[in-house]
Ligand binder design. Structure first.
Ligand SMILES: [Zn+2]
Length: 119
């Protein structure tokens, strides 16, 4: 049903099969409908998802530690699955060697689990 939103958007934008008299927004031609379905599938395969699905994905906060004030992103210690309390505990220990070490956080959005492609 959310693919239908993509199909309507394609139709509204004037996508047509070229063999019918459909105008932008019309949804009467079976050939156009097949085109929209293929376009929607191709967009999903390319990683696009309907807004409603993206917004429904759970959001988590991950924590990390930067040891030096302007250390590069690559040197951030990443404690992706640890709670803030656990990372704060690590931070306290790191501060003995790196007094400027500080807590970082970032927001992560997780999509649904799907089967990994077979080799
Ligand atoms: Zn058509």
């Amino acid at each position: 049903m959310s693919d239908n939103e993509a199909m309507q958007a394609l139709s509204d934008a004037g996508a047509v099969c070229g063999n019918c008299g459909d105008e932008p927004g019309d949804r009467t031609c079976p050939d156009c409908e097949r085109c929209y379905q293929r376009y929607a599938a191709a967009l999903r395969a390319a990683g696009w998802a309907p807004r409603a699905e993206v917004l429904a994905d759970p959001i988590e906060t991950e924590y990390g530690i930067r040891l030096t004030p302007d250390g590069p992103e690559a040197e951030v210690l990443n404690y992706a699955s640890a709670s803030r309390a656990v990372v704060e505990d690590r931070l306290a220990r790191h501060r003995t060697g790196y007094p400027d070490a500080h807590l970082l956080q970032r927001t992560v959005r997780h999509g649904k689990w799907t089967d990994a492609p077979q080799d």
